[in-house]
Ligand binder design. Structure first.
Ligand SMILES: [Zn+2]
Length: 78
């Protein structure tokens, strides 16, 4: 099990996600982001707007994803 914070995953808070795989981690982060979006949390709305900008470019998005995956892979398993 590895853990990453919301902030590390392009979010806006210290919420910790724990997962076995990066895909699982990304999914949890997405769910959390949607919940924050629902309650209109300003910091997260801003972070999501930045991510959406990034998503306009498939290359940048791919790079972001593989960078984060590398970060995940380098984390110690707890
Ligand atoms: Zn968050």
């Amino acid at each position: 099990m590895k853990s990453m914070t919301c902030q590390q995953l392009g979010g806006a808070c210290d919420h910790i996600f724990k997962a076995e795989t990066f895909e699982e981690m990304a999914e949890q982060s997405k769910q959390h982001g949607m919940e924050m979006y629902k309650i209109k949390d300003e910091a997260h709305m801003e972070a999501m707007a930045k991510m959406q900008d990034l998503m306009k470019s498939p290359e940048l998005m791919q790079k972001w994803f593989s960078d984060k995956k590398a970060e995940f892979d380098s984390l110690p398993t707890v």
